[in-house]
Design a protein around this ligand. Structure first.
Ligand code: RVK
Ligand code: MG
Length: 287
């Protein structure tokens, strides 16, 4: 397996473990494990975050580039098979219309006002950043294409671009100071609230966890703006410790499956591996 493919698969493993892990803590019975920082027992089922990432990975394996028309078909096909994976309202509506022959170019801009700025384009994109790891310009271009089929709003796309860039940086051999890591991501991200909050995040030290949570947000609003900057902040500060990164992410609350999917997709790359006992809990991936 080529190096880019290997990194993409590692990021997919991290994303899916994060997604499935985070989802466990929506179950009140599992809160005792959160307090004890002990892994919840049993199989952890993954959600739409992983389901959509599988289509991106498949597309890149087949074509080496994102073809938006082919990608939206893959998203719609998987949605039609397992619509119960916990999809966002807008995504579910769009994907059912695509399955009936609709065109994403017409449908996506009509979701909400100005298109969706949900965190759904960001939650699925880390493996793409890993695949194009050493080419920041290409990451921006491919991440935007992967986002626009569902997320017409510039904030939704900026969120995807920022996460893909963070994954690309994490996949590199070089290690970065957290503030530098976040600043590089911000620098390459288009003008947006996501970018402004990344610039703020680059100035928040690791000790200021509560302030980071409050100022950046943890996905309570399910928007890219309210989700991505905090995830990049955690990934930058816990680059060498997968477990610490994910425990910190869930302890912040918010949109747990998605914040953990984003952090897991990035930190798996900088850590270069995922603890086996975490992987063992995750529902197997398809195929
Ligand atoms: C359930 C106002 C907007 C908006 C706009 C809000 C799954 C809506 C995943 C919308 C992730 C939500 C998440 C999510 C991924 C978006 N004006 N509100 N212009 N744009 N919103 O529906 O794939 O968990 O409340 O497009 O981005 O695990 O329902 O889906 O947590 O953001 O959903 O946006 O969501 P959607 P998505
Ligand atoms: Mg989900």
């Amino acid at each position: 397996m080529g190096q880019n493919l290997r990194l993409m698969m590692l990021s997919l493993e991290g994303l899916s473990v994060g997604d499935a892990f985070g989802e466990q803590f929506f179950n009140p019975a599992n809160l005792k494990y959160l307090n004890a920082q002990a892994l919840p027992p049993g199989e952890w089922k993954w959600t739409d975050d992983t389901h959509m990432a599988l289509s991106i990975v498949e597309m890149l394996k087949e074509e080496g580039t994102i073809d938006p028309d082919a990608l939206i078909k893959k998203f719609a096909y998987r949605y039609s098979k397992e619509p119960w994976r916990g999809y966002g309202w807008g995504a579910a509506r769009l994907l059912s219309k695509i399955a009936e022959g609709g065109d994403w170019r017409e449908l996506a801009p009509k979701l909400f006002v100005g298109g969706s700025y949900g965190n759904g384009a960001a939650m699925r994109v880390a493996p793409l950043g890993a695949f194009f790891n050493n080419d920041m310009k290409r990451i921006v271009k491919e991440a935007r294409k992967s986002a626009m089929v569902t997320h017409a709003h510039p904030e939704g796309q900026a969120g995807a671009i920022a996460v893909a860039l963070a994954a690309g940086l994490a996949a590199q051999e070089q290690t970065f100071k957290p503030s530098v890591f976040i600043s590089i991501v911000a620098e390459w991200t288009q003008e947006s609230e996501v970018k402004e909050k990344l610039l703020l995040a680059s100035k928040i030290s690791e000790d200021d966890f509560d302030y980071a949570v409050e100022a950046l947000g943890t996905g309570q609003r399910v928007s890219a703006q309210d989700t991505v900057p905090f995830c990049v902040w955690v990934a930058a500060h816990c680059a060498n410790d997968f477990e610490k990164a994910l425990w910190k992410t869930v302890s912040a609350g918010g949109d747990l499956d998605t914040t953990c999917a984003i952090v897991g997709g990035i930190v798996s790359l900088s850590c270069k591996k995922i603890p086996t006992n975490w992987l063992d809990h995750r529902e197997p991936l398809e195929g």
